[in-house]
Design a binder for this molecule. Structure first.
Ligand SMILES: [Zn+2]
Length: 214
């Protein structure tokens, strides 16, 4: 089985288990899908935050919701910083209350995000990693998971080096909204790690079962 932990599904394949990321319409019928749900920093609105958090909390209890997020901090976003912080803190609290993992969106805010996560005791996954190692090393050292996607196909040496150094036990793979097959990313991951694809498949299954309960 292949695992795609962050996507908007384009095609459904029997040997791929995927988590669909929802950032709105939390009350829509989930119908047996596996999802993550959270308030993305790009789409926050101060006038509705309290309502949105209540709505998220009501729906995130469902067993189909495997994780809270993506949520986090983004220094390139035009969203007010204090609003981003407040929304992030409320969702961290929610993840702790529900005992569900957090999927993090982090852009140019690694130290700020890590500071917020200090008291978190649920598994944490930073998604969409496309950074050089010096930025990511503190995330690795903190024991969090890192999810890589299409950047593994791009051939950027610094990103590939980050992937190479990240311990296999802390890795996930994702397609996000790119229209690519997760199996292509597995293939590239195996090449960069210089191990067999089977080894990646088996380790990512272990990681998935360690983090997600469904
Ligand atoms: Zn993101």
């Amino acid at each position: 089985m292949y695992y795609n932990i962050h996507t908007h599904p384009h095609s459904v394949s029997e040997d791929v288990l995927f988590i669909e990321n929802l950032y709105k319409n939390f009350d829509h019928e989930i119908m047996g899908r596996k999802v993550s749900m959270g308030l993305h920093p790009w789409y926050l609105n101060a006038d509705y935050l309290d309502e949105q958090i209540i709505n998220l909390a009501e729906n995130a209890e469902k067993s189909e919701v495997l994780a809270i997020g993506e949520c986090g901090l983004d220094k390139l976003s035009s969203t007010d910083w204090d609003l981003q912080l407040k929304a992030f803190q409320l969702q961290i609290k929610l993840a702790r209350n529900l005992n569900k993992p957090l999927i993090i969106h982090c852009v140019r805010a690694f130290s700020e995000v890590l500071a917020q996560l200090k008291t978190v005791n649920v598994p944490v996954i930073f998604h969409g990693i496309n950074n050089k190692l010096s930025l990511i090393q503190p995330v690795i050292d903190a024991g969090y998971y890192l999810s890589f996607g299409k950047s593994l196909l791009g051939g950027n040496a610094a990103i590939l080096n980050t992937f190479k150094i990240t311990p296999l036990e802390q890795i996930f793979l994702e397609t996000d909204d790119a229209d690519i097959d997760i199996r292509e990313i597995y293939k590239s991951a195996a090449v960069v790690k210089e191990i067999s694809e089977k080894e990646i498949v088996l380790q990512l299954e272990k990681n998935f079962l360690n983090v997600f309960h469904y």
